[in-house]
Ligand binder design. Structure first.
Ligand SMILES: CC(C)(COP(=O)(O)OP(=O)(O)OC[C@H]1O[C@@H](n2cnc3c(N)ncnc32)[C@H](O)[C@@H]1OP(=O)(O)O)[C@@H](O)C(=O)NCCC(=O)NCCS
Length: 212
């Protein structure tokens, strides 16, 4: 696993992913202070000094030992606003396992930015850092988050019933995951057309027709 050269810049069609900087405080605080953003994160939205301390920890990232988090701010190429952030948590360095996470501002919801940024983080996790398995844990009621992982083709591996409680209410959790082998299979370009059989499946249809 290569944790030495963590990417500090990743571009997608519409986004630029880069580490948070001190000047991002106002934009970071604006969405992290919102209770609706924390509705499915099993804790209250931080306020006051707790929020400031959380941001200060974000500015001093470490990604060496289990439990450490690699985080990139997701900014719009068009205008530079911060739409949210994507994270990889080092779950097990020995077993090459990481958990992907994402928090986006409702001001930038519904445009596919989270899906685009999480796809970029999966690419970093598998192709650059060399993880074997990347998983996501989400509240089963968090339909926006279910949409993100399902659009990206992660497999639902578990439905944990009432495994957590927040504000006196039991919650279910889903675990979604992708193996490196599944990622590579998906990322591999389609083979070039066979010059002998440019339409590919036509032969199969013909042979089916012969049988009937
Ligand atoms: C979870 C979260 C990231 C989902 O946000 P989102 O806006 O639904 O996700 P995306 O940015 O990927 O946008 C997807 C939506 O944009 C639409 N969309 C528009 N253009 C699109 C494009 N070019 N590509 C993909 N989707 C596009 C999709 O159809 C989808 O809409 P739908 O939900 O009505 O089907 C967001 O709600 C959030 O950050 N919540 C707070 C923190 C949180 O719960 N994090 C997850 C913890 S597990």
């Amino acid at each position: 696993m290569n944790l030495v050269n963590l990417p500090t810049r990743q571009e997608t069609n519409r986004l630029l992913l880069r580490p948070f900087a001190a000047g991002d405080w106002t934009e970071y605080a604006a969405y992290h202070a919102r209770p609706d953003v924390y509705a499915f994160l099993y804790r209250e939205a931080p306020t006051g000094t707790a929020l400031r301390e959380q941001f200060d920890r974000v500015l001093r990232p470490r990604f060496e030992s289990d439990g450490d988090v690699y985080r990139l701010a997701v900014t719009l190429k068009d205008g530079g606003a911060i739409a949210g952030e994507v994270m990889l948590k080092l779950e097990s360095r020995d077993a090459l396992q990481a958990e992907v996470g994402y928090i986006f501002s409702p001001a930038h919801a519904g445009k596919g930015y989270a899906t685009e940024a999480v796809a970029a983080m999966l690419a970093i996790g598998f192709d650059t850092l060399g993880f074997h398995r990347i998983f996501a844990r989400l509240d089963a009621a968090n339909l926006g988050s279910v949409g993100v992982v399902e659009r990206l083709g992660l497999r639902r591996e578990a439905h944990l019933r009432e495994n957590d409680r927040f504000n006196g209410k039991w919650g279910d959790e889903y675990v979604y995951a992708l193996l490196r082998s599944e990622w590579e299979k998906r990322s591999r370009p389609a083979p070039p057309p066979d010059p002998e059989n440019p339409l590919g499946t036509l032969t199969d249809w013909d042979s089916d027709a012969d049988r009937t």
